[in-house]
Design a protein around this ligand. Structure first.
Ligand code: UDX
Length: 433
């Protein structure tokens, strides 16, 4: 099938490259000329494991094309996926201006039936608004449909998540749209949830908000663990062993970040408020997430007996491992507060330092994880990159001015650093709070 992708960010590029790899012909469109030129050479402007290779392979096999022209996209793709950003406004509501603008452009080029599919996360009832807007702008009586087909891609494992989804969600308004999308997703052997457009839109916000709630719940429990001397790792294991709950997304730490959870929880709060539905549960999820970061800063102050004039070595800046993404990364709030309290920061992250330089000023950056330890008064762990678990703690102890590790992602078994003479602090673990 011929597919058009509008917007070449994380979601658009992964969706386009993967659909091409399944044998479809895909044209990815973006108004950013520089980005399109980069993509035509097979390069991508962000780190996502396996994506660059997939793009290069499918360009070579003439299944993946790029353009800056909406006209090309609408002419080429029977299905047009909307993959443009829906960032939060200052009020927390999703800013739909980009997706509305794109729909007007699509309407201006509609000359034959097209199925326009929301791939980006949008507030429920957006589909109905887009349909109205296209109807107003479309030149002649050309038929089109709008559908919702949310992605559940995680940064750092997006390609794998595309090919091995837990389920596919189709929000359709009629049989014709249903048939087209079922045809497109034929190669997938997973449950396909078919519902109306509103249902399709709602599933994504509900899913992300529930995952964020799981994280805030385990962080709340970690705060209780620190008070009563329980071990959050064991408590999470005990809770997560209940098949109805599941162990995933019950890892206590410094809270969730990224371009999705913070934005989607906020947007869902606004949706509930607009619909006069009680949003306090979701506000609680947000509040706990903020308190987890603040409590980590307090932990650092406690461990260091104040940070003024001290040097803190920091391992990990990205909002999670296997990505270079710093959007809403907990490290930004945490390090900003510690700098304001007079600490000097030297940081290392395998992928995110370039992105961090834009968001974190007056922070020094190191070339290796060991370099951040040289002469530092303490070592902070803010992102659980696999390589940090393999570090030589003996060498780290020699390099640090004081043997203090404050582990915001519980990457070490507390007994190990303790046996080596470190003062080891972590999240929700008895004796190491
Ligand atoms: C999320 C959803 O998982 C994905 O389905 C959706 O399509 C987009 O949003 P993503 O934001 O890429 O994906 O990252 P995710 O792996 O979900 O982690 C989000 C945040 O939660 C990260 O900051 C991570 O560190 C944190 N997290 C995750 C925890 O603190 N504890 C956990 O147990 C899991």
């Amino acid at each position: 099938m011929n597919i058009a992708i509008v917007g070449t960010g994380h979601v658009g590029l992964v969706t386009g490259a993967c659909f091409a790899d399944l044998g479809n012909r895909v044209l990815c469109m973006d108004h950013d000329q520089t980005k399109i030129q980069l993509l035509q050479k097979g390069n991508i402007p962000f780190f996502e494991p396996g994506l660059a290779e997939l793009i290069q392979k499918n360009i070579k096999q003439k299944r993946l094309f790029f353009s800056t022209q909406m006209k090309d996209a609408v002419k080429f793709g029977k299905v047009v996926f909307l993959c443009v950003g829906t960032p939060p406004r200052s009020t927390g509501e999703a800013d739909l201006s980009a997706i509305e603008n794109v729909c007007e452009q699509i309407a201006n080029h509609l000359t034959q039936y097209r199925l326009i599919v929301e791939k980006s996360t949008v507030p429920v009832e957006t589909g109905a608004q887009l349909k109205k807007r296209i109807k107003q702008s479309v030149r002649r009586q050309v038929s089109f449909d709008v559908a919702s087909n949310s992605e559940f891609l995680r940064e750092g494992s997006a390609v794998q998540d595309f090919f091995k989804p837990d389920r596919i969600v189709l929000g359709v308004e009629n049989e014709r749209s249903r048939r087209i999308l079922l045809e497109l997703y034929k190669p997938f052997n997973v449950p396909i949830v078919v519902t109306n457009v509103e249902g399709g839109e709602l599933i994504k916000h509900a899913c992300n908000s529930f995952l964020a709630a799981k994280i805030s719940f385990v962080n709340l429990v970690s705060q209780v663990c620190e008070k009563v001397g329980a071990d959050i790792e064991k408590v999470a294991e005990g809770v997560g062993s209940d098949r109805r709950i599941g162990r995933a997304f019950l890892n206590a730490g410094i809270g969730y970040g990224g371009s999705c959870f913070p934005k989607d929880v906020q947007a869902f709060i606004k949706i509930c408020e607009k619909l006069e539905v009680d949003a306090n549960f979701l506000k609680g999820v947000e509040r706990i997430n903020e308190s987890q970061k603040k409590r980590f800063v307090e932990k650092v102050h406690r461990a260091m007996r104040g940070v003024k004039g001290k040097t803190l070595g920091v391992l990990g800046l990205a909002f999670k491992p296997d990505t270079d993404d710093m959007r809403c990364a907990p490290s930004v709030d945490i390090l900003t507060e510690l700098k304001q309290a007079g600490a000097k920061i030297i940081a290392y992250d395998p992928q995110a330092m370039e992105a961090a330089k834009v968001m974190l000023n007056d922070v020094s950056y190191a070339k290796t994880p060991y370099e951040v330890c040289k002469g530092a008064d303490a070592l902070l762990i803010l992102t659980e990159w696999r390589e940090f678990r393999e570090l030589d703690l003996k060498q780290i102890k020699k390099l640090l001015k004081h043997p203090i590790i404050i582990d915001g992602r519980n990457i070490y078994d507390p007994i190990v650093p303790k046996r080596m003479g470190f003062q080891y602090y972590s999240i929700g673990r008895k004796g190491f709070k």
